[in-house]
Design a protein around this ligand. Structure first.
Ligand code: FCB
Length: 446
């Protein structure tokens, strides 16, 4: 790997999410989330995998803080299980709060900055039963949750994110139905989900600040879109770009919905949008989190296709075990695209996720040589440094993920961890990538 040229103080971190690592789904008063419900439905999760106990982080969190300390990260981004801290999404559960309280204290004692994400797709099932994200009320209940959490932790947690990847939760969960809550919405119904997620973000920003949070941001996923047949597929590429890269960013940074949503029969002038909503959604942010995994190739749709684009294969690149093409330059392209597109409206950036699934296992000596992941991470970190060199204000990078974990509808079949987890015993074994990242952090941070 080339010597990295990054500013002094560039932050190195790592990310997880509650539902993917905690297990303990019924412990200490936790109530079900939409993902618990979804996982219990036959055929939803590859191999019929069940998330609990999985990594069992709820009981093994001390081991995981030790792993973080050994890695030497500056920051650790995790999400809070809304269903654990508020029964049914509303009623305070002191034992749930106590878990995150302990975790935050242990991280601080280990010299690691906790970065709290409030929502990583695990809506309390009771709120889903009351309408979920189709209901405007959910955005207001989210704000109450956000304020309660901030009131409990903002004396020790500086940096907060309202939510992670609302686009995936909207698209995979509410339009394509591959993720919880498994819906197939179209038109105004689909648009209402997107709008209420955005409204929840905006109300959440206010609420965590009211609870004492000093820095607040939003974490989105981005993917450069490439038309496979050049100009002929340009309209399809614009449509996918509008929904993947702009739907959850233009309203937040520019205070307006992007053009092109009519291709999805979504109308920003329709009923869910009330006067004043866009001002709430565009509340100033302290940072934008960027999750990048790959680029998307697209061609024009066939006449019977339900969407105004068709995803295509991107030839000529290696692929991870998820089948995703490995395109490190897409990271640089994404960061530069954000700077060019939003200019003065763009807050400082953190890369909040990048990583890869590969299926390596520990050998007889217990060593797990995930050289492909090391190559993936090294090339993507270099691409971040290139973006910084060309003037993009990126303050840090958080890798996905500390542990192999429950990869949503793929169950345990896709391993993204720098630490291998044996899901029979929950035993953790650092992989070569863990030691690679530890050395990188030691060498680059002042
Ligand atoms: C992102 C999600 C994260 C994980 C990675 C692989 O889209 O935010 O939870 O599933 O992909």
């Amino acid at each position: 790997m080339r010597a990295l040229r990054l500013p002094a103080g560039f932050e190195w971190g790592i990310s997880t999410s509650a539902f993917q690592i905690e297990g303990a789904s019924a412990a200490d008063g936790r109530t079900p989330s939409v993902w618990d419900t979804f996982c219990a439905q036959p055929g939803r999760i590859a191999g019929g995998d069940r998330p609990d106990p999985g990594c069992d982080h709820y009981h093994r969190w001390k081991d995981d803080v030790d792993l973080l300390a050994g890695l030497g990260v500056d920051s650790y981004r995790f999400s809070v299980s809304w269903s654990r801290v508020l029964a049914g999404g509303r009623a305070a559960n002191p034992r749930g709060f106590a878990f995150y309280d302990r975790l935050v204290d242990a991280l601080l004692a280990a010299g690691i900055e906790p970065v709290v994400n409030l929502f990583h797709w695990d809506l309390p099932q009771d709120l889903q039963d009351a309408g979920g994200w189709r209901s405007r009320d959910t955005a207001y209940v989210f704000a109450e949750y956000a304020e309660k959490l901030a009131t409990a932790l903002a004396d020790r947690v500086t940096r907060w994110s309202t939510m992670n990847e609302p686009f995936e939760h909207f698209g995979l969960g509410h339009v394509l139905g591959f993720h919880a809550p498994g819906q197939n919405l179209t038109g105004v119904a689909a648009f209402s989900v997107a709008h209420h997620l955005l409204l929840a973000h905006g109300l959440g920003v206010r609420a965590v600040r009211a609870g004492g949070a000093r820095q607040v941001g939003l974490i989105n996923s981005y993917a450069p879109v490439r038309p496979v047949n050049g100009g002929g597929d340009g309209a399809a590429a614009c449509a996918l770009d509008a929904i993947q890269n702009r739907l959850f960013t233009d309203p937040v940074l520019l205070g307006e919905y992007p053009a092109g949503l009519d291709a999805f029969e979504m109308d920003p002038a329709s009923k869910p949008v009330r006067s004043g909503d866009l001002e709430i959604i565009a509340a100033p942010l302290d940072f934008l989190g960027v999750n990048y995994y790959n680029v998307l190739a697209v061609s024009a749709p066939e006449p019977a296709d339900p969407l105004p684009f068709r995803l295509a294969e991107l030839p000529g690149f290696d692929r991870t075990a998820s089948g995703w093409p490995v395109v490190p330059d897409g990271m640089r392209e994404t960061l530069v695209m954000l700077k060019d597109r939003y200019r003065d409206a763009l807050p400082p950036l953190y890369v909040t996720e990048t990583g890869a699934a590969y299926d390596e296992k520990p050998d007889a000596d217990g060593f797990c040589d995930d050289f492909e992941r090391v190559a993936f991470l090294a090339s993507h970190v270099e691409a971040i440094a290139e973006a910084v060199a060309s003037g993009v204000d990126v303050r840090g990078a958080m890798l996905w993920s500390l542990l192999d974990n429950f990869e949503w509808a793929e169950g345990f079949s896709q391993r993204f961890g720098l630490v291998h987890v044996d899901f029979q015993t929950a035993q953790r074994t650092p992989k070569a990538s863990y030691y690679w990242y530890r050395d990188l952090i030691r060498g680059v941070t002042p």
